[in-house]
Design a protein around this ligand. Structure first.
Ligand code: NAD
Ligand code: ISE
Length: 341
């Protein structure tokens, strides 16, 4: 059986996902695409796919069984609510939405529907290095995790697309989610400190340090640099009671020449997480073909949104900003269920 999907948003990641769904993973066919830039949608449409005039036309089309949202974050709420109203499984790129109130509206609609329909694009959970790191921590031989150092560096970001707070309201959600998942914990508060700005970052608050206070008492420090020029560099190290576990250096050919000995660094997220994106879609296709969703949920998207909101408040207050979550609806499993999700 082949899952017939429609893709909303045919920008950078929309096109990359269209490539993988067309050429890499199986069990899926793209039958429709749409974008507010219709020419871009037409150029990205695989052979035989219809170019829909609007997201709502795509979502309500009978030929579309499941939806992939790759539009900008502020557009996600309306598109997610339309998918839930149609009862169609949906993969939504991060961020789930861009405010706490929007996250609550989406969660309320999904809970009322009675089954999970949404998987959020937190692809790090599907990366084999992160999965092995989590297995070591969950194995317990190193004792309880005490600190997690998360480094999130981008070579550059597209000009003009983002506000000055992009590192906090767009990029940080990945670190918030992976911290909750790796440590099987929740964020209860956030602090933010900024060093001198990078001259390469323009108006962006870049770089920035974020401190996540976890419910267990563990602390997570996050370095976000979004214009660091040399490449896309993701690092992570967890200090536990009786040892330390870290992501490996990425395997890459070692080049020795008159400039020295070196290994290439990925250019961007497409290259670094290529296998993780493939795997997140393999798992999504299985769940969506059964009319539901697995993996990172609306609850996880809500949690990451609250962390981003608290970080933005912490910039203004200069102090600790609490993260207060509602009680977890049964639909999203028991409170400490993240290890299995
Ligand atoms: P982009 O600007 O390259 O593409 C977004 C596309 O969506 C554009 O073509 C735009 O015209 C279209 N669009 C925006 N609003 C729309 C609407 N209301 N209806 C229809 N089309 C609409 O941006 P991008 O880098 O591809 O990012 C898209 C989303 O994916 C963002 O939410 C971003 O945070 C996320 N993203 C995730 C990852 C990841 O690693 N998981 C990486 C990059 C981007
Ligand atoms: C981008 O939207 C992503 O999600 C990437 O994974 C992240 O590293 C980058 O900072 C974001 O802009």
């Amino acid at each position: 059986m082949t899952l017939q999907v429609g893709v909303i948003g045919t920008g950078m990641i929309g096109r990359d996902h269209i490539r993988r769904l067309t050429n890499v993973v199986s069990g899926v066919e793209i039958v429709g695409v749409t974008d507010i830039d219709q020419a871009r949608a037409a150029a990205a449409a695989p052979a035989g796919a219809e170019v829909f005039a609007t997201p709502s036309a795509l979502i309500s089309s009978e030929k579309v069984e499941a939806v992939i949202i790759c539009s900008w974050g502020p557009a996600h709420e309306e598109q997610l609510l339309a998918c839930i109203a149609s009862g169609k499984p949906v993969f939504c790129e991060k961020p789930l939405v861009t405010s706490e109130s929007a996250a609550l509206r989406v969660m309320e609609a999904e809970v009322a529907c009675g089954r999970r329909l949404i998987q959020v694009g937190f692809m790090r959970r599907f990366d084999s290095d992160y999965r092995r790191l989590k297995a070591v921590i969950d194995g317990g031989k190193l004792g309880a995790p005490l600190m997690f150092h998360s480094v999130h560096r981008n070579a550059s970001v597209p000009e003009g697309l983002y506000t000055s707070e992009m590192p906090l309201n767009d990029t940080l959600v990945h670190d918030a989610d992976i911290s909750r998942w790796l440590l099987s914990d929740e964020v209860i508060g956030v602090e933010v400190r900024a060093p001198r700005r990078s001259s390469r970052g323009g108006a962006l608050r870049d770089p920035v340090f974020v401190l996540l206070h976890m419910a267990s008492g563990a602390l997570v420090d996050v370095e976000i640099s979004v214009n660091i020029a040399y490449g896309y560099d993701i690092r992570g190290e967890v200090s536990c009671e009786a040892g330390v576990a870290a992501l490996p250096n990425r395997p890459a050919t070692v080049i020795s020449d008159s400039n020295g000995i070196r290994q290439a660094i990925p250019e961007d997220w497409r290259e670094r997480f290529i296998d993780a994106y493939d795997q997140e879609f393999r798992e999504w296709i299985v769940a969506a073909s059964n009319g539901t969703a697995s993996g990172p949920s609306t609850w996880d998207g809500y949690a990451a949104t609250l962390v981003a909101d608290a970080a933005l408040r912490a910039v203004v207050s200069g102090g600790f900003e609490p993260v207060n979550m509602i009680a977890k609806p049964n639909l999203y499993g028991r409170p400490a269920a993240m290890a299995a999700e």
